[in-house]
Design a protein around this ligand. Sequence first.
Ligand code: SAH
Length: 219
Amino acid sequence: MPQEYTKEKSEMLRRDIRGRGISDEKVLRAMEVVPRHLFVPERLRSRAYEDHPLPIGEGQTISQPYIVALMTEALNLKGPERVLEIGTGSGYQAAVLAEVVKEVYSMEIRPGLAETASRVLAEQGYGRVKTRVGDGYFGWPEEAPFDAILITAAANHIPSPLIAQLKVGGRLIVPLGPTTHTQYLTILTKQEEGVDVVQTTPVVFVPMVGEVQKPRAAK
Ligand code: SAH
């Protein structure tokens, strides 16, 4: 029988997820059921339930479990929402989202990672997560608007097309800041007019690439 890491997973849940203050039952349940070891390269499986990021190829990483739980909890999801993720990576965060909400869309700029992630997602029963290769800066206009958007790569500004694709009252979370240093998890809530922005936990993410890195015209 394949190794299921049941003991390691429940230890992670106790120590790093509940133990560090995650309390949303839906998020806890998702962290309990998604097999993180199947979203990392085979040689790293035995380390999948340690609380740190791991390499997934092409210089990219699967986020630390606590940060996945924290970002998911911050979106305050109830179940019927449509959520867009930017940065599919391994597909792990998308699987966690799929345990919490009905509709998950996920975009990845690196075709090789997108391909592996969509295969693993399908194999693990998350075939209803819709994936697309492309620059997430521009979002997924055909499927907009979204109730929530989660960016899992560091950006020095919030892409305006993504704000446009958010419903009024919807939330967007992004590691915002210089991509060579610490960023701050930043939660934006779209209002009838304008947005509310709250800066929270310091984090370190791999950079968002593509359009977001181009110099912007002065306003
Ligand atoms: N959420 C992932 C971790 C993502 S790491 C997981 O659960 O495993 C960040 C990912 O963002 C990388 O895979 C990287 O290729 C991707 N990325 C970087 N810039 C992007 C962009 N502009 N659009 C879409 N994906 C991007």
